[in-house]
Write a protein that binds this ligand. Structure first.
Ligand SMILES: [Ca+2]
Ligand SMILES: [Ca+2]
Length: 388
């Protein structure tokens, strides 16, 4: 028996060496009919015109690629398998035509083959300047990567910042009167993404939060009202055109409190349910100690900035994301033989933005179905007799 096992192991090792050889690790192309391809390299990296995305096993140590090849289809598909100790990672990549130009889907299956629990740590390797919100990665103002909605990355939060997924638009607003320069720059939650900031405070602390707005696009009221949700204060709808007029800077004041005692004050500007323009905007945030008297005219003119605990030129120079930019870390405690599955959506060539995974518009089955259908139709076209 021992001899047999030794022989099997020897054959397996030789086979693995063969599979990991340079010929087996050729690039695999992903595409939809009529669209430019992207590719998956031998180490499983997904290579897009804007950068490369790779899932790396950090723990257990000693990860190796055991297989890399074209998958079973019907769509062009790249299959990459990695192992590290008892951990098996199977990555399947393909193009799904769900957006005007499609997105690349990176499916991941993680399995603990051992009879004991295993701690697994994965790193999502992305371009260094990529910043992540809760669910999407932004690079140079474009939403290019959607994270698995059912998986939380392990991340360190800064003292304050925007949870992300929004687009900064410097110089967008054209204030018609003298005001703080921060009114000129905005962030917009394109596609209905709420603009959320968190600020570190003592647990349960009270603050005065002041939000500054200046609407310079819509001419009339009722088109882009927003819902302001400041922790500890009542939700309020704000329509900058109705309150102050087009191009006119204005402020809304809120008595805020860290209501859930987590040491973070959360401030959100979300689309109003009745807004026809559902891209919320925000220009300025000031946070004051509750005992600081607020003179709104002085505040608009920028003469109270030095009394503020935080002064944020939203979409401007002193703005920042809550999370550090760069790679993401995922940690799993896998039980014996436990398996986890999740997927990332990655912008393919020509794709301007990826959908928000928290909206639950797509799952693995619908993404695969959309991909399979375009290739099946094409195959039927190719085999049906001409001239009928
Ligand atoms: Ca809180
Ligand atoms: Ca601003």
């Amino acid at each position: 028996m021992n001899g047999m096992r030794g022989k099997t192991t020897h054959v397996t090792v030789a086979l693995l060496a063969l599979l990991a050889s340079p010929t087996a690790a050729a690039d695999v192309e992903l595409r939809s009919p009529g669209f430019p391809p992207s590719k998956v390299a031998g180490d499983g990296s997904l290579v897009e015109p804007w950068g490369t995305v790779r899932l790396r096993i950090v723990e257990p140590p000693g990860a190796t690629v055991t297989d890399h090849r074209t998958g079973p289809g019907p769509m062009p598909m790249a299959l990459t398998c990695l192992r590290a100790g008892p951990l098996r990672l199977t990555q399947t990549a393909y193009r799904s035509p769900i957006w005007p130009s499609g997105v690349d889907v990176l499916e991941v299956r993680l399995r603990n083959t051992a009879q004991t629990p295993v701690r697994a740590e994965l790193e999502l390797v992305v371009p260094a300047e990529m910043e992540f919100g809760e669910w999407r990665g932004v690079l140079r103002g474009r939403l290019l990567l959607a994270l698995p909605a059912d998986l939380q990355a392990v991340r360190r939060q800064r003292e304050w910042g925007c949870t992300g997924g929004v687009v900064a638009m410097p110089g967008w607003a054209k204030p018609s009167r003298p005001c703080d320069p921060a009114f000129r720059n905005i962030s917009a939650g394109m596609g209905g993404v709420p603009i959320t900031y968190r600020f570190a405070v003592e647990p349960g602390a009270k603050r005065t939060v002041v939000l500054g707005f200046c609407e310079s696009f819509h001419p009339s009221a009722g088109i882009r009202p927003v819902l302001t949700q400041v922790e500890g204060a009542a939700t309020r709808s704000v329509d900058p055109i109705q309150s102050w007029g087009r191009h006119v800077p204005g402020v809304e004041r809120f008595p805020a409190r860290d209501a859930d005692d987590d040491g973070r004050l959360e401030v959100t500007v979300a689309p109003h349910p009745r807004a026809s323009d559902r891209n919320p905007i925000l220009n300025v945030i000031w946070i004051f100690r509750p005992d600081v008297p607020i003179d709104e005219e002085a505040l608009i003119l920028g003469r109270m900035n030095d009394q503020a605990e935080r002064y944020v030129d939203v979409g401007g120079k002193n703005d920042q994301t809550l999370y550090e930019p760069g790679n993401l870390k995922y940690v799993f405690q896998l039980q014996p033989e436990e398996q986890r599955e999740f997927f990332f959506l990655v912008a393919s060539p020509g794709c301007q933005t990826v959908p928000d995974p928290s909206l639950g518009l797509w799952d693995k089955a619908t993404l695969r179905k959309a991909a399979a259908e375009v290739w099946r139709d094409r195959w039927e076209e190719a085999v049906s007799p001409p001239g009928r």
